[in-house]
Design a protein around this ligand. Structure first.
Ligand SMILES: Cc1cc2nc3c(=O)[nH]c(=O)nc-3n(C[C@H](O)[C@H](O)[C@H](O)COP(=O)(O)OP(=O)(O)OC[C@H]3O[C@@H](n4cnc5c(N)ncnc54)[C@H](O)[C@@H]3O)c2cc1C
Length: 461
């Protein structure tokens, strides 16, 4: 194996953003990924396969084989929808690529507002985010126009939903994945990054305030030890705290105060006058109603993929549009992801009364907005997806004033000089938007902090 200056655990979008940022500074980075490549090229998006691209509703069934329960049914009874994967590219080969920023009122004081802006621009560049991917959608623009007046009266707005990928005028969609993030780097930078798949990091070894090496199990179950001058854990919101726990690093906040998005999905039939005519080529809508203090949920209006079976046939594909509503549950210490001595996970979760109240208001809001645009397709009336589908947060949170976390505001684990966490698990407060862009914004900041602190250090040659 090539000599490295930094080990990164996990090859999802956050791990690859970290690897690229550090390699751009001349560091040699080894990425250890327990999963295997299932797409070609490794780490590219599954959904770019033509059969999945052409039939959006085939997508949920297609990804099921890659989603595994976290633990047994009893231990995850309160969060039956929680799942995990081991894949080269992580969930970055399965995600649906929506990349909104957190609204200003949701951002916490890890950074100044100027730095938040700057980090978001960097993260958008890393993910090649297109701010208005469906600006030319005939249907989308009519929907936007109709909602504009309705929302203005509520001090809310409808805008474009940023997307990591490209949408062709034909409507064909290209989804970015970790592979694309690497391809956008120069050949020189790519030479500094080695990705080793089938390599599961089992344990971090420490001496004083530094991690010195890691125990890694390969695909044949052989365990080797690798030197770790510095280490960034990007294993997602479940396996990152699990690895800390397995390594005896168990600060009080570990796993406590988890949060996630309750997801409401409905598919509607737009009024005929809103939809492009059946014989016209149109890009599907991709619109966003950002959260506000009074309506703190995130609404996406798009034709993406729908998990439930419809009971109504349609005359014009352009009339189909989903409303996906995300609401972040409160961060409460009783809501936790805890591990036993065998590293088996158990979820403890209950909705607060405030969560329930907001969810009721959200449903009423979605019904009201949908009523302005058309009607629910029969069989596709809005329903909550099982808790937690895909957006777990707060399992290894960073400090915020008055609430100690597992890391400081740079993602550096307390008590360690060379151990950083880069994951959605760091979020210490509710953020209703899709989380990956924000996680990458934080991760790039961690990288820069590490590089600044390491200048001249012996560990970086
Ligand atoms: C169907 C779906 C749709 C989604 N859509 C969106 C969206 O539109 N927008 C959005 O922002 N987010 C979306 N998400 C969530 C998004 O995919 C995640 O936020 C993102 O992938 C997190 O990136 P990550 O790199 O932190 O972790 P992951 O992508 O989970 O990658 C972590 C990797 O680390 C590896 N790993 C873990 N532990 C170890 C270990 N000990 N040793 C070695 N390797 C290890 C795992 O095998 C995994 O491959 C979606 C997710 C799903 C499943």
């Amino acid at each position: 194996m090539q000599r490295h200056d930094v080990l990164v655990v996990g090859s999802g979008p956050v791990g690859i953003a970290v690897a690229r940022r550090l390699a751009e500074q001349g560091l040699r980075v080894t990425v250890l990924e327990s999963g295997a490549a299932v797409t070609d090229p490794p780490g590219s998006h599954l959904r770019n396969r033509p059969e999945l691209n052409q039939n959006p509703d085939s997508y949920f069934p297609a990804i099921q084989p890659y989603l595994h329960p976290v633990t047994n049914a009893t231990k995850q009874a309160e969060l039956p929808g929680a799942f995990q994967s081991e894949l080269e590219g992580g969930w970055g080969i399965l995600w649906t690529n929506n990349c909104p920023r957190a609204s200003e009122f949701e951002r916490w004081d890890a950074m100044t507002s100027t730095e938040w802006e700057h980090r978001y621009v960097e993260a958008e560049t890393m993910l090649q985010v297109v701010p208005a991917p469906a600006a030319n959608s005939l249907t989308g623009n009519k929907v936007r126009e109709r909602l504009h007046g309705v929302l203005a009266g509520m001090d809310r707005s409808v805008t474009d939903l940023p997307f990591s990928g490209r949408i062709q005028p034909s409507g064909e969609i290209y989804y970015n994945a970790p592979w694309d993030m690497l391809q956008a780097a120069s050949p020189e930078v790519r030479k500094h990054i080695t990705i080793q798949s089938g390599m599961c990091v089992k344990h971090l070894r420490r001496k004083g305030s530094r991690v010195t090496s890691v125990d890694v199990e390969d695909a044949n179950k052989n365990v080797i030890s690798l030197e770790a001058p510095a280490i960034f854990l990007a294993g997602g919101a479940i396996k990152t705290p699990r690895l800390l726990h397995a390594s005896g690093i168990t600060p009080a906040a570990l796993g406590r105060g988890l949060s996630f998005h309750t997801l409401l999905f409905g598919q509607m039939l737009l009024d005929n006058e809103l939809a492009a005519p059946v014989d016209v080529t149109d890009i599907d809508p991709r619109l966003w109603i950002p959260p506000t203090v009074e309506s703190p949920w995130h609404l996406m209006l798009l034709r993406d993929t729908y998990p439930f079976a419809p009971a109504e046939s349609i005359d014009n594909q352009h009339r189909l549009m989903e409303i996906q509503a995300f609401h972040s549950v409160d961060f409460q210490d009783e809501n936790a992801l805890l591990f036993d001595d065998n590293e088996d996970a158990a979820f403890h979760f209950a909705l607060s009364q405030d969560d329930r109240d907001r969810m009721r208001l959200l449903v009423a809001d979605v019904e009201h907005l949908a009523g302005q645009l058309g009607h629910w397709r029969r069989g596709c009336e809005p329903q909550w997806l099982p808790f937690d589908t895909a957006h777990l947060a707060g399992t290894c949170r960073m400090d915020v004033p008055g609430r100690d976390g597992v890391t400081d505001s740079f993602g550096r684990v307390h008590g360690f000089g060379n151990l950083f966490l880069t994951t959605v698990g760091l979020f210490p407060v509710p953020v209703a938007e899709n989380p990956t862009l924000t996680a990458i914004a934080l991760a790039l900041r961690s990288c820069d902090h590490f590089i600044a602190g390491s200048a001249g250090s012996e560990s970086i040659s």
